[in-house]
Design a protein around this ligand. Structure first.
Ligand code: AMP
Ligand code: GLY
Length: 319
């Protein structure tokens, strides 16, 4: 995170204002001078739990103590950021270090339960394209955020090749970078994959050959949606080894696919074997029919120990 923030500062990439602090005392003194809410982040890997959005000084104090007391492993520093009040979305770029292709945008649904309630998860569903990344905003993201980053990586002598996942906040039609990941998202990858179809293999292959622009992506005017079927209790404690049936009654084709992430075979029985277990993914010419298709398919799958959100893609369809 700190590497990215320093890069943003050097290249004038729009991002939340930030400070880096190396001890509790300096961090706490600083929080006496700022406006709330504010965001405190551990620089460590923290399974999605290292970001605190704090409403007051008591909450910042807890966050600072937890991070420096080693909740996420030994911490030498932390970040305090300005709170960006906007709508999130992600843009996925494929680059061979020189050229880039936009694979698509998506909007994840991070909270466990409907209406964005409950704890944060790795992602309970997504749709693509994200409604708040219009072509004009996409151009701003490429020109102000992605291109300067890739140029700088090349200049450092470490050109970046692969998937660049830009986590963004869009506020008053202006994009701000929240974070980068050097990987696809789960479950954002599923909606990009169903929309790109077999072209995905071609572009990945050409990227590996450093000949990215030899494949042109044919972007269909369609929508993808994916709903994650998770074990009850996730992201906390949950049972494993429960039988899941009905999948054989879903006929997969280029408009509906079931991705497995936490399943296993027990003899010939399909059983749950993780927190996020299956993602049911559909595409269609409009989001409403893609939603209907995905929720119809979910009624076919029988698993007593599973749950899923009923409102994936709803914010988008209301617009
Ligand atoms: P990160 O791990 O940096 O992507 O942060 C995790 C989540 O915290 C993001 O997906 C946002 O929902 C939220 N978040 C992070 N930074 C900010 C910020 N500066 N302002 C508002 N929300 C934020
Ligand atoms: N779904 C969020 C991520 O993969 O980071």
């Amino acid at each position: 995170k700190i590497f990215t923030k320093k890069l943003c500062e050097k290249l004038n990439i729009p991002t939340a204002k930030f400070g880096i602090f190396y001890n509790k005392l300096d961090a706490k003194k600083f929080t006496e001078t700022i406006k709330f809410p504010t965001v405190i982040k551990a620089d460590n890997l923290a399974s999605g739990k290292g970001v605190y959005v704090c409403k007051n000084i008591q909450e910042t104090s807890i966050a600072i103590n937890e991070i420096f007391d080693g909740k996420f492993g030994q911490a030498e520093n932390l970040l305090i950021e300005e709170f960006l009040d906007g709508e999130e979305a992600s843009l996925f770029i494929l680059t061979d270090g020189y050229d880039l292709l936009v694979l698509g945008s998506a909007q994840d649904h991070k909270r466990a339960f409907d209406n964005d309630c409950g704890p944060n998860t790795g992602g309970m569903g997504a749709y693509s394209p994200a409604s708040n990344i219009t072509p004009r905003i996409e151009k701003k993201i490429i020109d102000r955020i992605i291109t300067p980053t890739l140029d700088e990586m090349r200049e450092k002598g470490t050109p970046f090749r692969g998937i660049l996942y830009a986590g963004l906040m869009i506020k008053n039609d202006e994009p701000y970078l929240i974070e980068y990941n050097a990987r696809f998202g789960d479950p954002e990858c599923q909606v990009l994959a169903i929309r790109l179809g077999a072209q995905l293999l071609d572009v990945l292959f050409n990227c590996a050959q450093k000949a990215l622009l030899e494949t042109k992506i044919n972007y269909a005017d369609d929508f993808g949606i994916t709903v994650v079927l998770a074990s009850k209790g996730y992201p906390g404690e949950y049972q494993k080894g429960e039988e899941i049936t009905g999948l054989e009654n879903i006929s997969e084709n280029e408009e509906i696919q079931v991705f497995h992430s936490g399943t296993a075979l027990d003899g010939i029985k399909l059983v749950s074997n993780g927190g996020r277990v299956l993602s049911i993914t559909t595409r269609s010419e409009d989001l409403e029919s893609a939603r209907k298709k995905v929720y119809d398919a979910l009624t076919i799958i029988k698993w007593k120990g599973g749950f899923y959100r009923k409102d994936i893609g709803c914010k988008r369809s209301q617009k």
